[in-house]
Design a protein around this ligand. Structure first.
Ligand SMILES: *[C@@H]1O[C@H](CO)[C@@H](O)[C@H](O)[C@H]1NC(C)=O
Ligand SMILES: *[C@@H]1O[C@H](CO)[C@@H](O)[C@H](O)[C@H]1NC(C)=O
Length: 207
């Protein structure tokens, strides 16, 4: 009997550490479409971070800072943005950071830092990039000759594959569902957990 308890306890620990996810060959494919100066995006990133930290081994995460921006040949950097030029700068900057050498976990770490305070973006403050040792990369990428504009064009293409009306929009396994959108944002942990249980990445008890 004791051995059974021990085995169950051990199993539980393994699940809590996300090891069950590592054994699965099919992580949850998750795309977050967001904007650098959007209050709802800020809230989402803030709420998603602790959940992601717990389940990151189950998730293949793609962060796409573009949202309701659109390409524009007359705009300074080729795009106009919902919350103005500062947001365009922020989207470009975050695309550069996301496409530096950071792994997905550190990309989220950067984003959690950068989205915490909009003043960081409005004042073009590189504190978060510096903290992750990507300041030089991001600065080079942001120059007119850098990759920043090209990354934003790529982000606009990814974003325009989905028909959403609100940002942030969360895409699971390539599908954007309006029905999931509300709970995705209001109950971040519960919604993700339910989806991962359905995919056998987690046990029902984990939710
Ligand atoms: C994660 O997603 C990217 C882009 O969609 C893909 O190229 C990559 O193979 C995926 N990685 C895993 C481990 O599934
Ligand atoms: C950048 O932001 C950090 C953290 O909020 C702050 O301590 C620092 O003074 C800011 N730097 C500039 C140049 O504003």
């Amino acid at each position: 009997m004791f051995k059974l308890y021990l085995a169950l306890a051990l199993l539980h620990i393994l699940h809590c550490n996300g090891e069950i996810c590592q054994r699965s060959k099919q992580p949850l494919e998750m795309i977050v479409l967001y904007e650098s100066l959007c209050p709802d995006s800020k809230n989402y990133i803030n709420n998603f971070w602790p959940v992601y930290r717990k389940y990151h081994q189950c998730i293949n995460l793609t962060l796409v800072p573009y949202g309701k921006a659109s390409p524009s040949s007359s705009a300074p950097f080729g795009h106009t943005c919902q919350h103005g030029d500062s947001e365009c700068w922020g989207n470009r900057m975050q695309d550069c950071a996301i496409h530096s050498n950071l792994n997905q976990f550190d990309q989220m770490k950067f984003l959690k830092c950068q989205m915490k305070d909009f003043q960081l973006t409005v004042k073009k403050n590189f504190t978060c990039a510096r903290a992750l040792n990507i300041e030089d990369h991001v600065e080079r990428c942001m120059r007119p000759s850098g990759r920043g504009n090209q990354l934003q064009t790529q982000s606009s293409i990814i974003t325009n594959r989905y028909s959403f009306s609100e940002i942030p929009a969360i895409v699971y396994d390539g599908v954007f569902s309006v029905n999931l959108q509300r709970s995705s944002r209001m109950k971040v942990s519960q919604t993700l957990c339910n989806i991962m249980v359905k995919k056998n990445l987690l046990l029902p008890d984990d939710c």
